[in-house]
Ligand binder design. Structure first.
Ligand code: AMP
Ligand code: GLY
Length: 434
């Protein structure tokens, strides 16, 4: 058929979204603004249309007759792109600014959870340095978690193992303004122990539809050591939340948070990504995001067999209950290994020529999703960011999926390439019989 869709963003998540939308039998054209060097293979990239340029993006949609816009990253959502498109009568998948506060303000999310009994870490919120400092001086149990209220590209969270560390982190956030305005308000919360899982729903504010479960690997080094990154790899499904646990998450967390948003008068049309800790006492919310996860998207969307355009368009237009059934999901697991630039998440060099991506994609079940890549004038590809690629593979079991993903990464070369060696290790341990 003849539908046109615009995806906003330039990472591996947007590549995975574009690839899944391009598979829809209804979709004729996928545009991606601005896109990257690899997204070109499945979409028409618009490198001059930047994510923050709401007016030009909406004008493009009007001029081209685009039927649906899908917003990838959080920054434009928190900035109000959803409101801008809705005011112009355009179908947009992504919440309004009010809804995006779920991610944009930790204090807002914590208050909403407290009011509606959604299980999460106990917390205290501070807008004044002196009061926060006094609170830390009284604390007796470590670690505690300090969070800047606003969005800080995943870096505004510090796990503090001693009073000294907590006071240093507080000083950085509130006095040195390391995260700018995001740190004007902070949250101090209880440290949760357990295994993390990522749960995504698609909603129109009334009905919800759950995507396959996933688990991310946030730390830079094997064994979850070293500083946090945007995510170094992922797998789907996450065995830790299958079965009865998933039903409990739906009942105790997802349904109440949708009710809570409605209660606030927010009609939420978009994705909600619940970052959970599965503790001994049950699942608890670590954070909510107002968008799909990255690299979770690169392992969830390859498993989606249904028509993603249909799902996102019905959610964006408030008709999700019209869908007769949820998306068909490939039972095979998917494992995604991120290849990053040497030095990431600290400083790194960009502009390194890349080789071997086509050979890697010849392997069965493998897709190479591009994040920080750029097409050079001579037609080759170069690195252009910290996370460069996410190499994803489907397999009959976790072992096969993981072997395929790692075999594919070994065919790809660029100077300084770094990856973790233990992606999906935990899933293998849990499903030794598969
Ligand atoms: P956030 O940006 O809130 O997801 O935090 C980033 C990461 O910090 C999470 O994925 C967890 O690994 C960790 N984290 C955040 N809050 C807590 C908490 N209360 N207890 C334990 N770990 C946490
Ligand atoms: N993978 C975690 C995130 O997207 O925030």
């Amino acid at each position: 058929m003849n539908k046109k869709v615009l995806v906003i963003g330039s990472g591996g998540r947007e590549h995975a979204l574009c690839a899944a939308l391009a598979r829809s039998p209804q979709v004729q054209t996928v545009y991606c603004a601005p896109g990257n060097g690899g997204i070109e293979a499945v979409a028409t990239c618009l490198p001059d249309l930047l994510v923050g340029d709401f007016d030009r993006l909406a004008s493009f949609v009007e001029a081209e007759g685009v039927d649906l816009t899908v917003v990838g990253p959080e920054v434009p959502l928190v900035g109000g792109i959803g409101d801008h498109f809705q005011e112009r009568g355009l179908a947009v998948f992504g919440p309004t600014q009010a809804g995006a506060q779920l991610e944009g303000s930790k204090a807002f999310a914590k208050k909403l959870m407290a009011r509606h009994n959604v299980p999460t870490a106990a917390y205290v919120e501070f807008s004044e340095y002196a009061a926060a400092k006094a609170h830390i001086e009284e604390l007796e149990y470590w670690p505690v978690v300090l969070k800047a209220d606003g969005i800080a590209a995943g870096k505004g969270v510090v796990i503090c193992h001693s009073r000294e560390e907590a006071l240093d982190a507080l000083h950085e956030m509130m006095i040195e303004e390391r995260f700018g305005a995001a740190g004007a308000k902070i949250v101090i919360e209880e440290f949760l122990r357990g295994e993390e899982a990522s749960i995504h729903i698609i909603t129109d504010g009334q009905t919800m539809l759950m995507l396959p479960t996933a688990q991310d690997h946030k730390a830079i080094h094997d064994g979850d050591q070293g500083p946090n990154t945007g995510g170094m790899g992922a797998y789907s499904p996450a065995p830790v939340v299958e079965g009865e646990m998933l039903a409990k998450i739906e009942r105790d967390i997802l349904v109440p948070i949708l009710d809570a948003l409605r209660h606030e008068g927010i009609e939420y049309r978009g994705a909600i990504f619940a970052g959970l800790m599965i503790t001994k006492g049950g699942p608890r919310v670590v954070e909510f995001n107002a968008r799909f996860g990255d690299p979770e998207s690169e392992v969830m969307f390859p498993r989606l067999r249904g028509d993603l355009y249909e799902i996102l368009h019905t959610a964006a237009t408030g008709r999700l209950s019209d869908l007769e059934e949820g998306p068909e999901v490939d039972p095979r697991p998917c494992v995604g290994v991120v290849m990053a630039s040497g030095g990431y998440p600290g400083s790194y060099q960009a502009g390194k020529p890349m080789y071997g991506m086509e050979e890697a994609e010849q392997l069965e079940g493998v897709t190479v999703f591009h994040a920080g890549t750029r097409r050079r004038d001579d037609g080759g590809l170069s690195t252009s960011g910290g996370r460069v690629l996410c190499v994803s593979a489907l397999g009959e079991g976790f072992q096969e999926a993981r072997d395929r993903a790692y075999d594919a990464t070994s065919l790809i070369r660029f100077e300084g390439a770094y990856k973790r060696g233990d992606i999906a290790q935990r899933a293998l341990g849990r499903s030794a019989t598969r």
